[in-house]
Design a protein around this ligand. Sequence first.
Ligand SMILES: Cc1cc2nc3c(=O)[nH]c(=O)nc-3n(C[C@H](O)[C@H](O)[C@H](O)COP(=O)(O)O)c2cc1C
Length: 392
Amino acid sequence: MLRDRRILLAVTGGVAAYKAVYLARRLLERGAEIEVIMTEAARRFVGEQTFAAISGRPVSTDLFGSSRVSPHTELAGWAEVIVVAPATAATMARLAAGLSEDLVTATLLASEAPVLLAPAMHTEMWQHPATQRNVERLKADGHQFIGPAEGSLAGGDEGPGRMIEPDEIVAAVEAILTGPLKGWRVLVSAGGTREPIDPVRYIGNRSSGKMGYAIASVAAARGADVLLVTSSTLPPPAGVELFRVETAEEMAAQVWNLAPGVDVAVLTAAVADFRPAKEIDSKLRRRDGVPELVLESTPDILAGVAALDDRPFLVGFAAETGSLDGARRKAMEKGVDLLVANDVSEPGSGFGTETNRVTIIRPDGASDEWPLLDKRQVADRLWDLVAQIRQS
Ligand SMILES: Cc1cc2nc3c(=O)[nH]c(=O)nc-3n(C[C@H](O)[C@H](O)[C@H](O)COP(=O)(O)O)c2cc1C
C-alpha cells in the first residue's frame, strides 16, 4: 500500500501521456497523495484539467506565475518519490545535462527524492546514441528506470520504446518506498589511493572508483543511507554523503571512524598495500641521481573493520591478476561475510571498465561466478544477495 505516501507525478510530452492519467488514478487507489506537474508539450497531449479532476489538486505547469512562491523547491521538498511518466527523450536530455528551464526539470534538479523514469518514444529515438548516452548518465546519477517495453507504438510501429504499463510502475514505486534497504546505514569505500613520493609524484593504481560508485548509487536508490569514502574524482552519485580522502592512511581513518555505526560496509577501494616510508619535501630532480624508495606497509582497512567488536556485515573486494586463489584465501581468513573477487587482467573486467566479471566467495570457500555484467548490474545483484543473507 501507499497510504499517505507523497508522490509527485511528472508528465512530459509524449503520446503515452494519456496512460499517466490511469497511473495517477491507480496511485490514488493505493492510498497515495499525489501532485501532478506537466511540461508545456505534455499539455498538448492531455489537458491539465483531467489530472486536476483526478487528483483533486491543481496541476502545476510553470516555474513562474504559479500561486506558489517557488514551485520547484516546494514540490521537490514535498515529494517522497518523483515518477516521470512518460519520460520523453527531450526531458531526459535536459535532466542529464543539468538544464532546468522548465518546472519538471527544475523540480527534479532541486529534489533529493528517488526518481523513477518511465521512458516512452519511438524505437529509433530510444536507440539513438544520444538517448542511450543520456540514460547511462542518468543511471550513473542514481536515477532509476522502468522500461521501456517492447510492443506496438503510436502510428502502428513495433519495437522497444513503449511505456511500461501503469500497474508495473505502481509496483516499482511501492518497491522504492518500502524498499528492502530502507533504514539501512551503509558504508562504501571507492577509488584507488595515492601515496606521495614527493610533492608532485605518487604511487597509485588504475582503480577508477566506478564499481564502488555503482554500489553506493544502487544502495541509495533502494532507500539506504549511504556514506561514501572515496579517493575517486568521479562526480558523486545522488543522495550519498561523501567523504573525500587520498591516501591509505586517510581512508583507514575515515572508514574506521564510520564503520562502527553502519549495518553494512562494502569496501571496494583499491588501497595501496605499500607506501614510501618517507615523503620527500621537495621535488626529486634527475640531476640528483636515481632515488631509492623504501616502502612500508599501509594499514589493513578490511582487517580493521573485521576486528571491530560489533562489526557491520562486511563485503570485501579483491582485485587479482590470473588465479583467484589469493582471493579465496582472503575470504576464508579476513573475517568478511562475502568477498567479491575479480581478475583485473581479463578484458572488460576490473579497473576503469564499464563492466565487470566477478566471483562471489563465501567465508567457507564456496564460490559463485557471475557473468560479465554492467557494473550497475553487479551492484544490483550484490545488494539482492546481501539483503537475502541478512534477512535469512
Ligand atoms: C505526435 C507527437 C508525438 C510525440 N511522441 C513522443 C514520444 O512518445 N516520446 C518522446 O520522447 N517525444 C515525443 N514527441 C516529441 C516531444 O513532444 C518533443 O520532443 C517535446 O519537445 C518534448 O518536450 P518535453 O520533454 O518538455 O515534454 C512527440 C511529438 C509529437 C508531435
